[in-house]
Design a protein around this ligand. Structure first.
Ligand SMILES: [Mn+2]
Length: 376
């Protein structure tokens, strides 16, 4: 039985796009902390094999400091073998990071696109894989490759894309994975893990990113860990996801139909935050939607008290000022005519057309009412 952990898509040194530059720096440091938490776990649990499925660093941003961090953390886990399959960001170059990284002896890096393997007889395990050697890899090098010795625990560690057969990032279908017949395929590239899949005795998973970096990478992130065992040809796999991320992105929606006052949006936001347990670990974005009074609009300053306990907060106003639409429908003045002119876009437009028409209605009705519209 071997104890493994599967990580990847760390993107150490990645820039975080946050409004506040000090927060962006803090997030970069926290990402390093998450990696240190992972290596601490490796030590504490006696993990024997760490599969690193590419994109350890961000292209163009990897620093000497990051190389030193990786080397020192690997060295601090002498009982664990680290196998690295470079991806499209940290692709292998003879003059690059991995070639001259000064990594300790327990680090094994794939260096070419042709399939190769590292054998660990003491674990009864062989790890197959390949490296990106450029930002793109248009074909799947593992096609037709089978494990040499079926009595071993045979693992694939690879940066590959199962989402499209024409991907430029090593297109690999789930059928390809099953056909290869590895016991476990530890994959990287897709930053949101979809859990551990299997067909028959072939298991595979994306570990996902270690820390989310934007709202498209929402939820807690981490690694996959557990055991692989094979006795008398009988495979047993026991793996689970484990959180290592310090924070999470959350992208939520709030329907505020009928709202006329900013306080109503604040109240709805407070309830949402309480309901979903969003706290100081959460970077929350909320899209406000629904038909509202034409005088209503969403502004960050009105919501700052409600959002106070969050790490960061970003509101998006997608409300439509249609709350008194029946009245506008019957309105025979220029207000009604203005509304009816905008109605097709408000009701059937693309999201951009709707947003533009909604803004036009707000500004227009406010102007017709003799109010100067104050935009925040
Ligand atoms: Mn990646």
């Amino acid at each position: 039985m071997i104890k493994i952990i599967h990580t990847g898509d760390l993107h150490l040194d990645a820039p975080f796009t946050l409004e506040d530059p000090s927060r962006a720096r803090e997030r970069r440091d926290e990402l390093r902390e998450s990696f240190r938490a992972l290596t601490a776990y490796i030590r504490d649990e006696g993990i024997e094999l760490c599969l690193m499925a590419g994109d350890l660093t961000e292209r163009g941003y990897a620093t000497k400091e990051t190389a030193d961090l990786l080397a020192s953390e690997f060295a601090a886990c002498p009982g664990c073998r680290f196998v690295i399959a470079p991806g499209n960001h940290d692709y292998y170059r003879p003059d690059g990071f991995y070639a001259g990284g000064g990594f300790p002896k327990n680090v094994y890096v794939f260096t070419e696109t042709a399939p190769s393997s590292f054998d660990f007889p003491e674990l009864g395990c062989t790890v197959y894989g390949f490296a990106f050697t450029a930002p793109y890899l248009d074909r799947n090098p593992m096609q037709g490759v089978r494990p040499d010795d079926p009595s071993r625990i045979n693992v694939l560690c690879a940066h590959a894309d199962t989402s499209s057969p024409i991907s430029r990032y090593c297109p690999m279908t789930e059928r390809d994975i099953v056909d290869c017949g590895f016991d476990y395929a530890a994959l990287g590239h897709i930053h949101n893990s979809r859990g551990i899949k299997h067909e028959g005795n072939v298991y595979w998973a994306y570990c996902g990113a270690l820390e989310g970096r934007d709202y498209s990478e929402s939820g807690y992130k981490g690694a996959i860990t557990g055991t692989l065992d094979k006795r008398d040809g009988l495979l047993s796999v026991s793996l689970r996801g484990m959180r290592f991320s310090r924070r999470r992105y959350a992208d939520d929606r709030l329907n505020v139909t009928g709202a006329a006052e900013p306080a109503e949006a604040a109240e709805a936001l407070s309830a949402l935050i309480a309901r979903n347990g969003y706290g100081s670990d959460t970077l929350l974005r909320v899209t406000f939607e629904g038909s509202v009074s034409p005088s209503f609009s969403v502004s960050k300053s009105d919501l700052s008290v409600a959002a106070d306990g969050l790490y960061s907060f970003e509101p998006i106003d997608a409300t439509v000022p249609l709350f008194d639409r029946e009245k506008l429908e019957r309105d025979s003045t220029i207000r009604g005519a203005f509304y009816r002119r905008l109605r097709p876009d408000l009701e059937h437009g693309t999201p951009e057309e709707r947003a533009r028409a909604a803004a036009a209605l707000r500004y227009g009705l406010a102007a017709l009412d003799g109010n100067e519209f104050v935009d925040f």
